[in-house]
Design a protein around this ligand. Structure first.
Ligand SMILES: NC(=O)c1ccc[n+]([C@@H]2O[C@H](COP(=O)([O-])OP(=O)(O)OC[C@H]3O[C@@H](n4cnc5c(N)ncnc54)[C@H](OP(=O)(O)O)[C@@H]3O)[C@@H](O)[C@H]2O)c1
Length: 401
């Protein structure tokens, strides 16, 4: 029998019957949540696809539908939306009519809204802020969205894991969780920039981390120091690059708005199973991809077009607006602009590479050139071919006067 929601009867039900919890997904978060709830006196039965067992006094179930059959609360800690959909479709027929489904997984807003519609008033969308140590300490921050009755029934379980903040609906809770993780991804990328700059300056890593720990990235650096010192970390990953990359892709898809971290954290040089801190230790772009940009700088410094021919692919074009008119030069036309000797004010000119993003065999780069009273922003598209190595495929520029 389903009890009237939000009533005194509900409170009695909480105290007397709501004590068997099925945790579906015993990965990093699910395993820690199952152990935490068992340590708080709940009867916990755990299931995970791989058959792995949770630590502590957690009973194991061979099949997901066996785990949920007697559960008052079914708690999901699965990787992504498709995994949630698959597992919930599998157990749907085995759920008791009064079971509350609490989904702590980080999934997209549309995925969360679909599950909320499918499971109706018994579905609580409850993505969490905080990682494995926060679960163990009962210090998660939980964004919970559900109808009041379901939330009241789930609340004691959620409060055993952390503090609960109500969200308007499942899609909002999912979206807010992605925004929170965007802050984390931004911090990881800022830390990557800081470590690359420190490496380029020859600063020792441990001294750099000491100083970074005093600033805005201090919390992240303090938590992730074992992963940032280089070498194989002695501790297992708490939150993986693959999971954060998944979240940034979900955010970019949901917002339909460009998001640098959607490709930034999921660098192909790092193992997606590594901790997110490993994404901060990816070295700066190698000399090979910088070589055509350095040749381009030499072209400007000397006025010798041979350097441009080494920098660009023969098919390259240079495009921009000059004296109010759009220009599109072939490489030959561009080279013809240079007299073969340095500009008279060359000692006062400067050039720097501001950004470079490498994606396998293609890259983009931005450079600032200060030539007298003119500053140019050059945007490059680079391609790596087996025959030529890295070369500039095209350039577009803007002249700030
Ligand atoms: N780790 C964190 O710090 C953290 C913090 C906040 C939120 N989250 C979010 O919490 C969720 C779980 O994260 P996690 O770090 O615990 O991930 P995880 O260690 O990779 O565990 C993922 C779980 O999902 C299961 N799974 C994956 N695909 C499945 C499928 N198709 N069908 C059934 N089960 C499937 C895995 O099963 P098997 O491994 O048994 O095959 C495992 O139990 C994710 O949505 C993540 O974004 C993580």
């Amino acid at each position: 029998m389903r009890l009237p929601q939000g009533s005194w009867c509900t409170t009695v039900a909480l105290m007397t019957t709501q004590n068997t919890i099925a945790v579906l997904g015993l990965g990093r978060m699910g395993g820690a949540m199952a152990a935490r709830l068992a340590s708080r006196g709940y009867d916990v039965v755990g299931w995970t696809r791989s058959g792995r067992r949770a630590p502590g006094a957690v009973r194991g179930a061979g099949k997901a539908h066996e785990a949920v059959a007697r559960a008052d609360v079914v708690l999901l800690a699965l990787f992504d939306g498709p995994a949630c959909q698959e597992v919930l479709d599998d157990v749907h027929g085995s759920l008791r009519t009064d079971t509350v489904v609490v989904n702590t997984s980080t999934i997209g807003p549309a995925e969360a809204a679909r599950l909320a519609r499918q499971f109706g008033p018994s579905y609580v969308h409850a993505p969490v802020l905080g990682s494995v140590p926060a679960v163990a300490a009962g210090a998660l921050r939980i964004l919970a969205a559900a109808n009041p009755g379901a939330l009241a029934r789930a609340r004691p379980v959620l409060e055993a894991l952390g503090t609960v903040r109500d969200a308007a609906d499942a899609a909002t809770a999912a979206a807010l969780k992605l925004i929170a993780n965007n802050g984390l991804a931004g911090a990881v990328l800022a830390l990557r920039d800081a470590l690359r700059q420190a490496d380029a300056l020859g600063l020792p890593r441990d001294r750099t981390l000491d100083i970074l720990e005093l600033g805005g990235l201090g919390g992240l650096v303090a938590r992730k120091r074992p992963f940032l010192l280089g070498g194989a970390p002695a501790v297992p990953a708490e939150f993986t690059i693959g999971a954060l990359g998944k979240d940034m892709a979900l955010l970019a898809d949901a917002s339909n708005t460009p998001l640098r971290s959607a490709t930034g954290v999921a660098d192909e040089a790092v193992d997606p199973e590594a901790d997110i801190a490993a994404a901060a230790t990816v070295p700066a772009a190698g000399e090979a991809v910088l070589a055509p940009l350095r040749a381009y700088v030499r072209g400007h410094a000397t006025g010798d077009p041979a350097h441009f021919r080494a920098a660009f692919l023969p098919s390259a074009h240079v495009e921009g607006v000059r004296d109010g008119a759009f220009v599109s030069w072939s490489l030959d036309e561009y080279c013809a602009l240079f007299p073969g000797r340095p500009a008279p004010d060359e000692p006062h000119r400067s050039r720097r590479v501001d950004a470079i993003d490498v994606h396998g065999s293609v890259a983009t780069a931005t450079m600032t050139l200060t030539h007298g009273t003119d500053t140019f922003t050059d945007v490059f598209l680079l391609v790596h071919t087996a025959h030529d190595g890295w070369r500039i495929a095209n350039k577009a520029y803007h002249r700030h006067t």
